[in-house]
Write a protein that binds this ligand. Structure first.
Ligand code: 6PG
Length: 497
């Protein structure tokens, strides 16, 4: 009998967790995976849960036959070719034009757009980017939906039920408590995955900022991982509250059971990446909407991976540094920590502002009409970058939905004015101590560049004209008029094009 509300294809960690989450909310779910072990595990856990109704499909025909019409099928398969091959198999198995297929992987947004075109008329293609890892998928993820709007009304009740929730103050609620769901329809195909891509770019940058603060505390102040963890825990109770800060404190306070050493000291300092931060950085370059901290975070991971080169360089390149402080002096230590705390908060604001500016640029270009307040709301719980600051960002966009730049919002102008001195001191301290802080510095340079009315690009433009006759605009007439200066002639003169 066709009874299931929804089907999950791909029962790995994320697919299984989403399926169990749906069951927990009393939906009838069918599951299928090419691997029999994944099917068996999910069935066992579904039986143990004892909620909803679970159908363990042995093949795609059984899966399709088990669903109510229109059929809603969720793909939880690796991004890229596996998504297309899963959809093609479903079409072969008898998918119909009104059926809905939802891609939940970390797909490249242009792939989602191409899929909507490719499958138009064959099925209703929809995408939902999921954030929150395994625990989020199981107990409340952030869901960024986009695609065929006619499909949203069928999907919405399920997504809103399983998503993370916030209370009226924007604070995350425990699983199963009623509140505002962190699930939203963001726009046409591609928009949801684009927003998730920027989410991941911000994730890379925020992780990098926290790591730089840890290194400053270790290398400049000589603090142990446990001490740094204690400070992070304290900071997590205030404006710096975030999931990433919380887990960093926990990690730093953890001891390796095997060696008795701080856990972080047994982890090799080579970072991996699956590519979504890189996509954000590349896209920011392509759009001409700078996200330098995100780019620096990607570079920092790449440079961390060059471990043997760094070891060699550390023995060869000796550059004088001047820490200029005595870490044993409690007063100085407290002053450095206070400055670092302000630096971290300002840098975080800068990162979010870069990400939102990039989304605005893209949205305007593609006419997606992304609702920035809605995006901020969707990120307040469930996702990896959930943080107290997202409530402030939501309020800023709610107050002024068409604001040209997040940093123009009065509360952020005030924070930057009050805390930027600590930020500058931290960047200077890092440079003088020879401790790399590319993210904290890039964030500051972004804001300083933004607030500089006249940049040296006048000289740069003249240089371009000098060697390549690339022309320039003048400050004293309309910008559309182009001029070239005959640098290599005698006498030199200006010609208008
Ligand atoms: C999330 C995460 C998740 C994952 C990314 C980043 O929102 O749940 O962003 O999607 O952690 O794939 O992974 P990398 O650090 O390996 O690029």
């Amino acid at each position: 009998m066709s009874q299931s509300d929804i089907a999950m294809i791909g029962l790995g960690v994320m697919g299984k967790s989403l399926a169990l989450n749906l069951l927990d909310h009393d939906f009838a779910v069918s599951g299928y995976d090419i691997q029999a072990t994944h099917r068996a595990h999910t069935q066992e856990e579904a039986i143990a849960l004892g909620k909803g109704l679970y159908v363990n499909a042995g093949n795609l025909d059984q899966l399709l036959a088990s669903l109510k019409s229109p059929r809603i099928l969720v793909l939880s398969v690796p991004a890229g070719a596996p998504v297309d091959s899963a959809i093609d198999s479903l079409i072969e198995a008898g998918l119909e034009a009104r059926d809905i297929v939802i891609d939940t992987g970390n797909s490249l947004w242009t792939d989602s757009e191409a899929r909507e075109r490719k499958y138009y008329g064959k099925l209703r293609f929809f995408s939902t980017a999921v954030s929150g890892g395994e625990a989020g998928a199981r107990h409340g993820p952030a869901l960024m939906a986009s695609g065929d709007l006619s499909a949203w009304s069928s999907i919405r009740p399920m997504w809103e039920a399983i998503a993370a929730k916030v209370d009226s103050n924007g604070l995350p609620l425990p699983s199963f408590e009623d509140g505002e769901p962190c699930a939203a329809y963001l726009g046409p195909a591609g928009a949801g995955h684009y927003v998730k891509m920027v989410h991941n770019g911000i994730e890379y940058a925020d992780m990098q900022l926290i790591c730089e603060a840890y290194q400053m505390m270790s290398d400049v102040l000589g603090m142990s991982p446990n001490e740094v963890g204690e400070v992070f825990e304290q900071w997590n109770h205030g404006e710096l509250n975030s999931y990433l800060m919380e887990i960093s404190a926990d990690i730093l306070k953890t001891t390796d059971p095997e060696t008795g050493q701080p856990f972080v000291s047994i982890v090799l300092d080579k970072a991996g990446q699956k590519g979504t931060g890189l996509w954000t950085a590349v896209n920011s370059l392509q759009e001409g909407s700078p996200a330098p901290t995100i780019a620096q975070a990607v570079f920092a991971r790449a440079q961390s991976a060059q471990k043997s080169l760094r070891i060699k360089a550390s023995t060869l390149i000796d550059m004088p540094t001047d820490c200029g402080m005595n870490p044993n002096n409690t007063y100085e230590k407290e002053a450095v920590l206070a400055a670092l705390k302000d630096a971290l908060y300002c840098a975080k604001i800068s990162v979010y502002a870069q990400g939102f500016a990039l989304m605005k640029e893209k949205s305007d270009k593609e006419n997606w009409q992304l609702d920035m307040a809605q995006i901020a709301k969707t990120w307040r719980a469930g996702c990896i970058i959930r943080a107290a600051i997202l409530h402030q960002i939501t309020l800023a966009f709610d107050a002024e939905p068409t604001i040209a730049h997040l940093l123009f919002a009065k509360p952020f102008i005030r924070v930057l004015s009050e805390k930027s001195l600590g930020w500058r001191k931290t960047v200077a301290q890092a440079a003088m101590s020879g401790v790399p802080a590319p993210g904290i510095s890039a964030s500051l340079h972004y804001v300083d560049t933004l607030r500089t009315a006249t940049l040296p690009a006048n000289l740069l433009q003249a240089q371009r004209d000098y060697f390549g006759a690339h022309t320039y605009a003048r400050v004293d007439c309309d910008e559309s008029r182009r001029f070239h200066f005959s640098w290599h002639d005698v006498p030199r003169e200006e010609v208008e094009f």
